[in-house]
Design a protein around this ligand. Structure first.
Ligand code: PLP
Length: 379
């Protein structure tokens, strides 16, 4: 039968008339850049994320970049982050002229290990970017403590985590900036690129809004150098329709995660360890205490991961490696001076993890098929 990693057509089929009506409304208005639809989405995402402000931007990548630009981060500065994330997290640091400084991850959650952050702080450090990987928030309390102690800005990379919670607090509302992506494969995906920055601080919100339009305020008078980081009204209109369904879709993802847990456990293949070399079995993703995990991805850990990939490919079962090469091993970051072995937990994750389908429209039969194929491989 086969199971795709993600099936956006299945989701579109459930909301097609509303999406087409929303697009038509924007076309009739001919109001394409920012405007009332973007404002409406900003208010809705601010409320959803328990933040005082939300600013629509052109992508999740630009959300990270504009946050750092608003914070005045540039050459000579250092920004601490994880080596195990989507490239944008580290790429944006370098694009400001600052230097990315990496800290290894926790082997269970795959998020930055807070106890190792302080040793990486220098007098050049300006910010920390925790990533809420796969839809689960990083351990924010110790991160905020260290940031407070050293006067660092905290920029949450919540691209995979809109609506996730840590101790009852929403992703994006804990740090100084929260960055979201509306890339179509994210839990709240647009019909193209889009992003949002949320925050509580009035001054930062005001500066970031000006930065979004080339740093001009009033128009054509520039006290800062910004860029074109605008979100467009068509994307906002699509996102407003989808936001109403986000909690139900999140519930669907959580139900699918529970179904995976039940079936893998019934098959007797679940193991709990961190180094899978030579081990038969599957490590399942774990929910850290006091979290709302929104399962942007469901990522398992296995030995002989690349062989399992091929096995699943042959059976048309969608899978992906997020991410095969940690940042410190990327060619473009060679000049940072890191070497293999510097971040062993990230390196093991890059070697052993595999994402399998988790999207809300999966049927019970599809989940059983994915589990059956993996169990046949590992047994
Ligand atoms: C998707 C993603 C981004 C970038 O978002 P875009 O909208 O694709 O630019 C940044 N960080 C993480 C962790 C992501 O998953």
């Amino acid at each position: 039968m086969g199971v795709p990693l993600l099936d956006l057509k299945a989701q579109y089929a459930t909301i097609k008339p509303q999406i087409l009506a929303a697009i038509e409304e924007v076309m009739e208005s001919q109001y394409f850049i920012l405007g009332p639809k973007v404002k409406e989405l900003e208010d809705a995402v601010a409320a959803y994320s328990a933040c005082g402000h939300a600013v629509g931007v052109s992508s999740g990548t630009d959300a990270l970049l504009i946050s750092m630009m608003t914070e005045g981060i540039g050459p000579g500065d250092e920004v601490i982050t994880t080596p195990y994330s989507f490239f944008a997290t580290a790429g944006c640091i370098s694009r400001t002229g600052a230097r990315p400084v990496f800290v290894d991850i926790d082997p269970i959650s795959f998020n930055i290990e807070p106890t190792q952050i302080e040793a990486a702080v220098t007098d050049r450090t300006r910010a920390v970017i925790p990533v809420h990987l796969y839809g689960q928030m990083a351990d924010m309390d110790p991160i905020m403590d260290i940031a407070g102690k050293h006067g660092l800005a905290v920029i949450e990379d919540g691209a995979q985590a809109i609506g996730a919670e840590y101790k009852g607090r929403r992703a994006g509302s804990v740090g100084d900036y929260g960055c979201f992506s509306f890339f179509p494969s994210k839990n709240l995906g647009a019909g193209g690129d889009g992003g949002m920055v949320v925050m509580n601080d009035d001054g930062r919100a005001e500066r970031l809004r000006v930065m979004r339009g080339h740093g001009g305020k009033p128009k054509y008078y520039h006290s800062m150098i910004g860029g074109n980081f605008r979100l467009d009204a068509l994307q906002a209109a699509v996102l407003l329709v989808k936001l109403d369904h986000l909690d139900a879709w999140t519930q669907g993802r959580q139900d699918n995660a529970n179904a995976y847990r039940r079936l893998f456990n019934e098959a007797g293949v679940v193991v709990e360890r961190q180094d899978m070399t030579g081990v038969k079995g599957v490590v399942l993703p774990e929910e850290s205490p006091a979290r709302r995990h929104i399962y942007n991805q469901f990522v398992i850990r296995v030995d002989r991961r690349d062989e399992l990939r091929q096995w699943l490919d042959e059976r048309s079962i969608g899978n992906e490696v997020y991410y095969p090469v940690p940042f410190h091993m990327q060619e473009c970051f060679a000049d940072l001076g890191y070497k293999e072995g510097d971040f062993p937990v990230s390196e093991a994750a890059a070697r052993e993890t595999l994402a399998v389908p988790i999207y809300p429209e999966l049927t019970d039969d599809m989940i059983a098929e994915v589990v059956g194929a993996i169990v046949d491989f590992v047994k």
